[in-house]
Design a protein around this ligand. Structure first.
Ligand code: 5AD
Ligand code: SF4
Length: 469
């Protein structure tokens, strides 16, 4: 039993991070024969990609996936801590699973992901959800086969959560959701410690993967016919700082571009570490897509300071203008409203900045206090209703600019990676280089290919079009 500890989670050791290969006890390879698993994933792309590794391990153990929870022998929840609602959803799910477990005593239930790293969550599971078989954290994903094997032998709740980051494990098994686009981790953890954010505690110290390992993975994806990679990290712009003296994200992007993968994206950027070199590289390489997600969080300098973001609205605008000078670039953002003490004036500064930037789209959130974070200890007098009104107003403005940016595309033709059938009957769907969702008419041969699509109509969140030769 190993439970989480915030003291350890906050620490940033200067010790070198070990890199090792994934290993699995050969005895586990038949453990899942004739057994099914149900995996539910909450949260960001990092979690989605961790779930692809979880599926990879389960496949290696001979389990089959089911999309029907009632049909499963093993249920796994890969959880998210970023805001309270993600939390509530996972606990709601545990409530439903409790009923299933009453009917099916040998059902195995595991919980992992960011919530597993939270002291309060683990305490609650130990008290109220004892039917859970095992809990493991973000630093020991590769322990899953062992934990699962043990829970077939012993039904007692086992918690194995490490608060200090572990090694970087290479060559993890992976079962990717898509055959055409792939996530590739380049950096784990985050050292920014924005005052509202739980990630530096749940994901640990910033650790870059070695460039050779990343390039090897991308080359394998090219060999397998992948059309697009998204290089992932909580703060990809910090890539390399912990490993190299003279090799940063811009250099990595150039090396990835040279593999000739048709499309490269990278997520998420912190404005603080965005270098001139990176802007040049985006400009100069056709397969590095003109798309940047650049979270601003707030337009008020007072709030940015309280958030610990280390930039001002003026310096953000300067960076934004440089990026906007790249032809046809699409820029998106994240914004939090209702940070403790946010006044009407602060909020108006955010609206003002949105009016300046005219983002292509944005994710917007109401501030949610997270356990153990500095912001959660600040006095917060703004009533929830007020915060909801601010969010509504902000969303109206964001949607207006999204629609305007989409309308500008009508009548023009863009390259779209066709991913499959759309939810709209008889249509296909895919994303432009600038990450806009397009539903379009075309033949099924287009699936998995980059095709030319003429845009016929625009909405706030998607475009309609047709394939042109
Ligand atoms: N409350 C609300 N939103 C948050 N985010 C991170 N932490 C919080 C929080 N405590 C948002 C930020 C971040 C995105 C992934 O989630 O906008 O960029
Ligand atoms: Fe959280 Fe800030 Fe790190 Fe992003 S940069 S993961 S918001 S601490």
């Amino acid at each position: 039993m190993q439970i989480p500890n915030y003291e350890k989670a906050r620490r940033r050791s200067h010790e070198e991070v070990l890199v090792r290969d994934f290993e699995m006890n050969a005895n586990y390879s038949k453990l899942g024969l004739n057994k099914k698993y149900y995996l539910k994933t909450y949260g960001c792309q990092m979690n989605e990609h961790d779930s692809e590794n979880i599926k990879g391990m389960l496949d290696k153990m001979s389990f089959k996936e089911t999309l029907d929870m009632k049909d499963a022998d093993v249920i796994l929840l890969n959880t998210c801590s970023i805001r309270e609602n993600a939390h509530n959803k996972a606990f709601g799910m545990l409530g439903r699973i409790k009923h299933l477990k009453n009917e099916k005593k040998d059902l195995i239930v595991g919980l992992c992901g960011c919530m597993a790293q939270e002291v309060g969550v683990v305490e609650e599971i130990l008290k109220k959800y004892k039917f859970v078989n095992f809990v493991f954290g973000t630093h020991n994903l590769d322990d899953l086969p062992k934990l699962l094997a043990n829970s077939f032998k012993d039904s007692k709740l086992n918690v194995e959560v490490y608060s200090m980051e572990g090694d970087i494990v290479e060559n993890m098994p992976v079962t990717r959701v898509s055959k055409y686009k792939a996530y590739v981790n380049i950096i784990y953890g985050c050292d920014k410690f924005c005052t509202y954010c739980i990630v530096p505690y749940t994901r640990g110290k910033q650790r870059s993967r070695h460039k050779e390992d990343i390039i090897k993975e991308v080359k394998e994806l090219v060999r397998d016919g992948y059309q697009e990679v998204t290089l992932l990290g909580q703060n990809v712009n910090a890539y390399g700082k912990d490993l190299y003296d003279d090799y940063e994200l811009a250099d990595l992007l150039v090396d990835v571009a040279k593999t000739n993968i048709p499309r490269i994206r990278f997520l998420t950027s912190h404005p603080w570490d965005f270098s001139e070199k990176l802007i040049e590289v985006i400009k100069n390489y056709d397969n590095i897509l003109n798309f940047v997600h650049l979270p601003v969080q707030s337009g008020s300098n007072r709030i940015l300071k309280l958030m610990g973001r280390r930039y001002t609205r003026e310096s953000y605008k300067e960076l934004y203008d440089k990026l906007r000078s790249i032809p046809n670039i699409s820029i998106t953002t994240d914004i939090i409203v209702g940070f403790p003490g946010e006044t009407e004036e602060d909020f108006n500064d955010t609206l003002d900045l949105v009016n300046y930037c005219k983002y292509d789209s944005a994710f917007t959130f109401i501030y949610s206090p997270r356990e153990n974070t500095p912001a959660s200890r600040l006095e917060d007098k703004v009533p929830l209703e007020e915060k909801e009104q601010r969010l509504y107003k902000l969303n109206e403005l964001i949607n207006k600019y999204s629609k305007e940016s989409n309308l500008k595309m009508v009548g023009n033709t863009y390259l779209v990676l066709c991913e499959g059938y759309s939810t709209k009957e008889g249509m296909l769907f895919g994303y432009t280089e600038t990450n806009k969702l397009v539903n379009f008419k075309g033949s099924i041969d287009a699936i998995g290919k980059i095709v030319k699509v003429k845009i016929l109509d625009a909405k706030s969140f998607s475009l309609d079009g047709e394939i042109v030769e």
